[in-house]
Design a protein. Structure first.
Length: 233
């Protein structure tokens, strides 16, 4: 973990105790630390800080974390209701004295719900069409996916675009082959490449001078920077 900030000022919402980031992915953790028992103020504050940060920095994945000396069963039940809809982790911290030394014991009493992989449940993903994506993004940004597809076809001519609800993928004869996916937005398109993180790949990226986001270890992808429209979309 990398410490990004401490006592981070939130607009009209106080201060975030700790902002951490996974060193090998684009996931950030908004951490609220509380003395004593959990109470509703700190639970609400934890979720509020998480919501502010995810809206300010949507290029990262965000997880809310509350750390307290005593996470009571009452509030554990309440927090559990949010899990799955809000990525939330609850950690109980105890101090133990041994002789003249004090140690800290951290126990994760509620972990973030694990989600399936992108292709793991592909057959039940809601399939959309080009018109749906042109409305969600724009005709210009969807056309960028066409341009990249033409480059891909030089190596794999049988591939075509497959329009899913959360991304545009690739398919051959209707079967997904998502080594690259596209997320068109109104004025830009985000491209994500599935590649193993190796020294050879890292070297090739640096040599090419590409400006990429942090490697996402969860999905095994290199998220490339957004490509923006040259003209109004």
């Amino acid at each position: 973990m990398i410490l990004r900030d401490r006592e981070r000022i939130q607009p009209r919402a106080g201060r975030l105790d700790l902002l951490l980031q996974d060193a090998e992915s684009s996931r950030r953790y908004e951490v609220e630390i509380q003395l004593g028992q959990t109470d509703e103020r700190h639970v609400i504050r934890t979720i509020e800080y998480w919501d502010i940060e995810r809206k300010r920095y949507p290029q990262y994945e965000h997880t809310a974390v509350i750390v307290a000396e005593d996470i009571t069963s009452r509030f554990l039940n309440v927090i559990s209701l949010f899990n799955g809809m809000i990525p939330l982790v609850a950690i109980q911290m105890k101090a133990l004295r041994s002789g003249d030394k004090i140690g800290l014991v951290f126990t994760t009493v509620l972990d973030q719900m694990s989600l399936g992989l992108v292709d793991e449940d592909e057959e039940v993903h809601e399939v959309t069409d080009r018109a749906w994506w042109e409305t969600r993004g724009s005709k210009a940004t969807v056309a960028m996916a066409d341009e990249i597809l033409e480059l891909v076809k030089a190596l794999a001519p049988d591939l075509e675009l497959k329009y899913n609800k959360f991304y545009i993928g690739l398919a051959k004869d209707g079967q997904p082959n998502n080594f690259v996916i596209f997320r068109p937005q109104k004025n830009a398109i985000r491209v994500e490449f599935r590649l193993p993180k190796t020294d050879e790949t890292e070297s090739a990226v640096l040599t090419a001078g590409l400006d990429v986001m942090d490697y996402d270890t969860r999905w095994g992808r290199y998220p490339a920077p957004e490509r923006r429209c040259e003209e109004a979309c």
